[in-house]
Design a protein around this ligand. Structure first.
Ligand code: Z5A
Ligand code: MG
Length: 211
């Protein structure tokens, strides 16, 4: 009764195609929030450190082949195995800044021609992000950025399909679209303004699930 109520943490997700700057912005936002004394952790998917993540990593590095649906289920399992730790962090008041999640899962597999609804079904019931920041830029410019081309999916035509699925099938009015084709600091400033506003609105809302 007399215990002070802990506000739950916020689940902030970054999505977008390859090389739009998600990992860079995750890092900056985690630092921004921790500097404000708001306890915040970064999380990323795939989490390549688990046994399932190890299999995914071998696939992404082109060292194994796998059936498209089997791979999709592994990516999804890799989120389900993190579910308890997501709730644990949020319920103990820690904000999570997450680098890719279910929407990457659906976009990348559906871009291979696998049925969208089938792809989406595996994600239903997972904790739903409070804020989704979608970093947007055209695929030609994204492919010109550092390191592009090293992993399996880094081909221009495939990147365009993924972008189309994000923008025409996954995005809802709630997603915050941020122009990723600007300098890193300008983007970070826009994102921290967005998150600052959401912090007050969301803090006492129940965590919902993907439906
Ligand atoms: N995948 C899937 O199929 N199913 C799933 O369920 C999930 C994922 C979760 C690995 O993901 C692959 O898994 C991915 C999707 C698939 N596909 N591929 N290939 P990953 O998240 O591990 O991928 P990554 O290796 O981290 O790359 P990335 O996410 O594509 O990059 P990014 O995080 O968006 O960008 P970055 O690393 O922050 O920046 C890229 C470069 O650009 C780097 O040199 C930066 O210094 C530079 N950069 C960043 N921002 C800027 C600005 N504003 N201007 C100029 N240059 C910049
Ligand atoms: Mg990244």
């Amino acid at each position: 009764q007399n215990k002070e109520m802990i506000n739950r943490g916020l689940f902030i997700l970054f999505e977008g195609v390859d090389r739009v700057g998600k990992s860079t912005q995750v890092q900056n936002l985690v630092k921004f929030l921790n500097d404000k004394q708001l306890s915040t952790k970064a999380m990323r998917f795939p989490d390549r450190t688990t046994p399932i993540g190890t299999i995914i990593n071998a696939y992404l590095q082109n060292s194994t082949n796998m059936d498209d649906r089997a791979l999709h289920l592994l990516f999804s399992s890799n989120r389900w195995e993190a579910k308890d730790s997501i709730y644990q962090a949020l319920n103990s008041g820690v904000n999570l800044v997450v680098d890719r999640y279910s929407y990457s899962g659906v976009a990348y597999t559906a871009a291979k021609g696998i049925d969208f609804d089938w792809c989406y079904a595996c994600e239903k019931g997972l904790p739903e992000p409070d804020v989704i920041i979608y970093l947007s830029m055209n695929s030609e410019d994204a492919t010109k950025r550092g390191d592009f081309g090293g992993e399996r999916y880094e081909k221009l035509e495939f990147q365009k399909k993924i972008k189309d699925i994000y923008e025409s099938k996954l995005m809802t009015p709630k997603w915050k679209v941020v122009d990723a084709n600007r300098d890193i600091e300008t983007i970070s400033k826009e994102i921290s303004d967005i998150v600052n506003k959401e912090l007050d609105i969301i803090k006492n809302k129940q965590i919902s699930t993907i439906s």
